[in-house]
Design a protein. Structure first.
Length: 428
């Protein structure tokens, strides 16, 4: 997915878009066991789809369960890992023996720390290095959970009585995309390469929107006509529906290419509703205008947009000397290193989000407060109020928790979770 300020990515404008959308409704970083309702669907004789609401979008994990044990495709969100393990144990005893990671986005490998130490972990050969840099530093994956086997092309795994073909189709949705095809069961996990029936998201740091259409065509060419396509977030579908998804990608890419060639800018193309015929693909985390923006950025690579958010220096500053040092580092880089790092409305909120998602509550509060100070009426104010309320509550600061919960409730009067939190705290 999505990262999202994603998810499901990162920072990566695409991921940011998704995260920005999901942040406002996502569940707490400190989820309690049982909080995630994991739905199980049997796809074939021994193939199960485990799905849950990742915060406004579906997240899927596939399990092959049989005489050889459990093989998992992806490990879901970190916060849902305990619930996922409990559900898996209703299918078979023990933990997975093999894990195949479809790509790098957090909601697909968040359970690695819980599941990934003992089993053999398979991923794209780029995945190890991706997980040791940038925003992934905040996840602090241990060495034992990183891929043991990497591939650039394809490999086969023989497990539970069938050949599982793992095929690298990399560089469109992200830099580590794999397709996992259960050849006998006729199910193919395609993760971010298909988001049918919705517009997809793109990790603009490691993926490439302009390669999306050809990546999907490659899947269509490789897979048999009767296979069930299992997207990481979209709806399970047939090859016929995958062709419709491909048709949308190909034609919308050509529309935006053609409009830009006429000298129009992105805002004009959006205003003219250039993708009005494709509105039926809205409904998940990318709107028609969002898709125009992805394509527009893809065609007009602006060097200024390639600057990363300062996630790495801030991670190391936090690690070495704590929050005050990291906040001072933020101010210093913002003042002196705009040539190297991107500072905009997203920056402080994104750092706060990364810390919040990884249960660093006081540190996340520091960055959400900074975001509100810099952009008191910015697009992330709801996210900041909501997560500050939770962060302060988790760290025992009742007065600040109440203040931020109330601010969030003012903006979202129907939010019953926050209303209950206020009621609970007022009784203390
Ligand atoms: Zn993704």
């Amino acid at each position: 997915m999505p990262l999202t300020i994603n998810k499901e990515s990162h920072m990566r404008n695409a991921i940011l878009t998704v995260i920005a959308a999901s942040l406002l409704i996502c569940t707490s970083a400190m989820s309690a066991p049982g909080e995630y309702d994991i739905k199980t669907t049997k796809l074939a004789d021994h193939i199960y789809e485990l799905s849950f609401d990742g915060g406004g979008y579906t997240v899927k994990v596939i399990a092959s369960v049989g005489v050889d044990g459990i093989l998992l495709v992806d490990t879901g969100k970190k916060q849902a890992a305990e619930d996922l393990r409990a559900k898996l144990r209703t299918l078979a005893p023990g933990d997975p023996k093999i894990i195949i990671l479809t790509h790098e986005h957090a909601e697909h490998l968040g359970g690695n720390e819980l599941f990934g130490k003992e089993p053999v972990v398979i991923g794209h050969s780029s995945l190890r290095s991706i997980l040791k840099q940038g925003a992934f530093l905040y996840e602090e994956f241990s060495e034992a959970t990183l891929p043991d086997i990497g591939l650039n092309d394809s490999l086969s795994v023989f497990f539970n009585g069938e050949e599982i073909k793992v095929i690298a189709v990399t560089g469109s949705h992200s830099g580590s995309d794999l397709v996992v095809w259960f050849t006998k069961s006729r199910d193919a996990c395609v993760a971010g390469i298909c988001n049918s029936p919705f517009f997809p998201s793109v990790d603009e740091e490691t993926g490439d929107v302009l390669k999306y259409s050809s990546a999907v065509q490659r899947i269509i060419d490789v897979l048999p006509p009767d296979v069930t396509i299992v997207p990481g977030h979209g709806t399970d579908c047939t090859i016929v529906e995958l062709r419709k998804f491909h048709d949308m990608l190909f034609k919308t890419t050509e529309i935006v290419r053609s409009e830009l060639a006429k000298g129009k800018d992105i805002a004009t193309i959006e205003k003219e509703d250039a993708l009005k015929e494709w509105k039926s693909f809205e409904g998940s985390y990318t709107s028609a205008n969002g898709w125009i923006e992805y394509l527009g950025r893809g065609f007009r690579k602006d060097p200024a947009d390639q600057r990363p958010f300062p996630v790495e220096p801030l991670y190391y500053a936090l690690k070495a000397k704590g929050l005050d040092s990291a906040l001072a580092c933020f101010q210093d880089l913002q003042k002196n290193r705009l040539d190297k790092f991107k500072f905009d409305e997203t920056t402080a909120a994104y750092i706060g989000y990364l810390l919040f998602e990884n249960a660093k509550m006081p540190e996340s509060a520091g960055f959400f407060e900074l975001s509100l100070k810099e952009y008191p009426d910015g697009v992330y104010k709801e996210l900041c109020y909501r997560n500050l309320g939770i962060a302060y509550e988790k760290t025992g600061n009742t007065s600040l928790a109440l203040k931020n919960h109330r601010k969030f409730l003012e903006l979202n009067p129907k939010d019953s979770t926050t209303a209950k939190a206020i009621e609970r705290l007022e009784k203390e």
